[in-house]
Structure formats: C-alpha cells, structure tokens
Design a protein around this ligand. Structure first.
Ligand code: FPP
Length: 238
C-alpha cells in the first residue's frame, strides 16, 4: 500500500521575486507586488482546500522601510486594501487573521483596520492566516525578552523559570504551532530574519518561481518535496 501524503499543518512563505517579475515585463516593481497580492489570496484558498491549517506570509519586513517611498506606500496600500475588503471573504471561508510584527509603526488607520479584522475573525475555526507586517524575527525576540525582563524586574518571574515554551508564548506567533515547511520563492536561499525561533526544525524549500508566478502546482511540488524528506529532530528515525 502506498504511504498517504502528509499535509504540513503550518506552511510559512517568503514571497520573493515580485520586483524581478515586474521588470521582466517592463512594468513598475509595484505591479509585481499587486500581482503578488492576488496570488496570496489564491494560495490561501488553495492551502485551505489542501488541508493546511496555518499559512504565514512575509508581506513587509522591518528592513523594507528602506525601499523608495513610492514602493513602501504602494505596499502599505495593498495591505490597507486587503484589511478593509477581506472581511466578507474571511467570514465565508472561516479564515482567522493575525498580523505579526510591530504594528505600532504602521499608520493609525491601518492599525485600526487590522485590529478590526483580527477581532471579527478571531472566532473563525478554519485556516489561520498570519500576515507579517513590519516584521523582523530578531525584533520579535527582543520584544518578547523585554516583556520577560520586565516581569523579572517586577518580581513576578525568576530568571531560572524562563523556558523555551515561555519564550514561544511571548512571540507574536504565540499559540500557533511552529511551521513544518518554510517556502522561499524567487531563487534566493536565505531566511532573511523570518521566524528564526519558530523554524528551528522546519523543512526548508526554495524554488525559482517568482512569487507572482507561484500557484497551486508549485505549492503541490513543495509539499511533495516535504513528503520526500525524512523529518528528524536530532534523534533517530525508527
Ligand atoms: C519581495 O519581492 C516581496 C515583498 C517585499 C513584498 C511582498 C508583498 C506582497 C506580495 C503583498 C502582500 C499582500 C497581502 C494581501 C498579504 P521583491 O520586491 O524583493 O522582489 P525582487 O527580489 O525581485 O526585487
């Protein structure tokens, strides 16, 4: 009997290659991001239909602020539109949204629509969709450690009581299982400060397709590759 294909519970994606995709077509980089945003919505539906329970995408890093103003603005506007327009779709598809990253630097209207979408979808029981905005893994770890240090200072916590679980619970991804599979599109093979703590044991999959060309068939390929790996955590596979 053939072994059944395992579907990863949590897939995280570094969506790279938007700019190069646009350049190849003589379009502005922002056209690549706009197409990328359409692909995000399609992949979320595909992932859901395949039985993936959590999808996390890297939409805007702490380093992305250094891009030209017009590009930052275009990316923020795409995110703004998503937050404002996707409630009905999330309700229909039972999607639960969480934004990870430091939201305090975002425009107040964007912060408000994120808070609203998170609140309105919080009790949905389908796929969990995490969008990383102004996210950097080191920044997230620093923020978590500051919270723990404050509790030590306030005598609520002893340093020796700090555990791995406690650190996980202080991260923006608290309560979400670590990714089983991390995909990076666009041909580069780097982690780029994404989910460094959470991907300690994740399988890594890099593909050449630019994010705007990524589709269900590419996702299936990534899952096939995941299935062909023998997952090990330092122990022996029995
Ligand atoms: C990297 O490609 C991609 C980004 C910095 C932005 C990704 C954001 C989106 C796809 C929009 C997200 C929208 C929603 C609704 C979540 P790059 O510009 O670095 O590409 P390059 O390496 O070819 O220059």
């Amino acid at each position: 009997m053939q072994n059944e294909r395992k579907i990863p519970v949590h897939v995280a994606i570094i969506m790279d290659g938007n700019g190069r995709w646009a350049k190849k077509r003589g379009l502005p980089r922002t056209a690549g991001h706009a197409q990328g945003a359409r692909v995000v919505e399609q992949i979320l539906e595909d992932a859901d239909h395949m039985g993936i329970r959590y999808l996390t995408v890297y939409a805007f890093s702490t380093e992305n602020w250094s891009r030209p103003d017009s590009e930052v603005k275009a990316l923020m506007n795409l995110l703004r539109t998503y937050m404002k327009t996707s409630l009905a779709k999330c309700a229909r598809n039972n999607v639960r949204i969480r934004v990870i990253g430091d939201k305090s630097r975002l425009d107040s209207d964007l912060q408000a629509s994120i808070a609203n979408l998170e609140k309105e979808t919080a009790s949905n029981t389908g796929i969990g969709f995490q969008i990383a905005i102004n996210y950097g893994s080191r920044d997230e770890i620093v923020r978590a450690l500051r919270k723990a240090a404050q509790r030590v200072k306030d005598s609520e916590l002893n340093p020796e009581d700090i555990t791995e679980d406690m650190i996980s619970d202080g991260l923006d991804t608290a309560g979400i299982p670590d990714p089983d599979l991390l995909i990076r599109t666009g041909g580069e093979e780097r982690i780029s400060n994404f989910l460094l703590w959470q991907t300690a044991y994740s399988e890594l999959y890099f593909c050449d397709a630019a994010w705007p060309d990524f589709n269900k068939a590419e996702l299936e390929k990534a899952i096939d590759a995941f299935n062909n790996r023998e997952r090990r955590y330092g122990g022996l596979i029995s």
